[in-house]
Design a protein. Structure first.
Length: 426
């Protein structure tokens, strides 16, 4: 089997490594085409989130050095030494690659057990691959299968109850620091799915005031309008930063948005009232040095683990049920893959039979045109077609009998459905 998944995630690599290999959205098309251009790669999907970067590939053959080829490509793409990546990377092949994707889709491999956001991110990755032309029959079917399994798990188990996420954990931590949030001002940087989810949680906790900053003012305005907030652009941050008690940032910017100097100036203006910051982005939006400032509480996605663990216990039973569902659905997909191995043979056999039938039909029509009766032409057609279609199989069966291969003859009977019609052999 030539399916392979290679990547790093929050379990195997710290954020400073993960941010080095994150794929920028605006370069995803280029990256996918570059990956598929590798000699052994037939299909490719790239999943890049704040917690994971993974390559899903179908190779044209079993290749022992496939892992090295992909690591070398990722190293060259991001300028990270291959040896460093190798220390943090994992690889899954064949059935384990299928199982891994299904677990990821169901949220079983997430920082927050059972979180639903990853499913939307996988769908985006699938759409990116379709747009780039790197998605073929097998990976396309595998990702669709993963979406179906995730839906079944959420329907048949309690994995989605008491929904939690990185955004939920961030707001929970803010409540631990400030207590009630009705007198606090929150600044959300970005306007993507994670920030929208954060805004929903803040609104549910009756945040006093909400600011939304984004590179595109239109998107910031749309999100701010949903929650009665105020929109601003990223260049406007220095003048407004001091207003914020809570800052939660999640953008796709390749460079930090908030630097130490900007935050220092905001603290002076605030007369050193504390600021709570959560940097959900990978690469990071907030310079790590900001965390060294007095009166700043800076957290990254990795720091949220302790908050998130409180929600894990209630999901363990549902996760065990989900694993059982995944086991059966892995087998289902493997069955489909095995069936694909016969598709080419079946297609070739049926095409040959159709060509033979067309050729003989033309000859039968010619016989009628030359004066033969339709009954005579049809009898000839039926007799000749039967002989043509059974000639090669019966010849091979005779050879097997002379070779004493009764085992293959029994398999041939099963393949041809003869035992179903022979009561003596039941």
């Amino acid at each position: 089997m030539s399916l392979l998944a290679l990547g790093i995630n929050h379990k195997t690599a710290p954020v400073e490594v993960r941010e080095k290999v994150a794929f920028a959205p605006e370069r995803m098309d280029e990256s996918l085409r570059s990956l598929k251009a590798l000699e052994p790669v037939l299909e490719a999907v790239i999943v890049s989130t704040c917690n994971r970067t993974e390559l899903y590939c179908r190779m044209d053959r079993e290749q022992p050095d496939a892992e090295h080829i992909l690591l070398e490509w990722m190293s060259a793409t991001h300028g990270v030494p291959e040896g460093e990546l190798g220390r943090y990377a994992y690889v899954h092949r064949g059935p384990e690659a299928i199982r891994h994707l299904l677990r990821v889709a169901c949220g079983l491999d997430s920082l927050v057990l059972g979180e639903p956001q990853i499913l939307g991110q996988l769908k985006s990755a699938w759409q990116d691959a379709r747009h780039a032309g790197t998605l073929g029959r097998q990976l396309g079917r595998l990702f669709q299968h993963a979406f179906s399994v995730a839906k079944q798990v959420r329907t048949d188990t309690a994995i989605g109850e008491s929904a939690v996420s990185v955004a939920f954990a961030a707001v929970s931590l803010a409540r631990q620091i400030f207590g009630e949030l009705d007198r606090q001002t929150a600044l959300l940087i970005g306007a993507g799915e994670t920030i929208e989810l954060t805004a929903r949680h803040l609104s549910a906790n009756r945040i006093g005031r909400m600011l939304v900053a984004n590179r595109s003012l239109d998107r910031a305005e749309r999100l701010a309008e949903l929650f009665g907030g105020e929109a601003l652009t990223l260049p406007g941050l220095p003048e407004r930063l001091a207003e914020a008690d809570i800052i939660i940032s999640s953008t796709a910017s390749p460079l930090p948005i908030l630097g130490k100097g900007m935050v220092e100036r905001a603290l002076k203006e605030r007369r050193h009232r504390p600021m709570f910051m959560v940097d959900i982005a990978v690469p990071r939006d907030i310079e790590p040095e900001v965390g060294e400032l007095d009166d700043v509480f800076l957290y990254t996605v990795d720091d949220l683990q302790a908050v998130i663990e409180e929600n894990i216990a209630s999901r363990q039973e549902a996760a065990a049920q989900a694993e059982e569902i995944i086991d059966s659905r892995v087998d289902e997909f493997l069955g489909w893959l095995r069936g694909q191995g016969a598709v080419e043979t079946i297609t070739e056999y049926r095409s040959g039979a159709a060509r033979t039938a067309d050729e003989l039909l033309q000859r039968a029509r010619g016989m009628i045109a030359r004066g033969k009766s339709p009954d005579e032409a049809l009898a000839w057609l039926a007799h000749t077609l039967t002989n043509k279609l059974t000639h090669a199989p019966t010849q091979r069966l005779n050879e097997l009998a002379r070779e004493g291969r009764s085992d293959l003859i029994d398999q041939a009977r099963s393949l041809l459905g003869l035992d179903e019609d022979d009561p003596k052999r039941r």
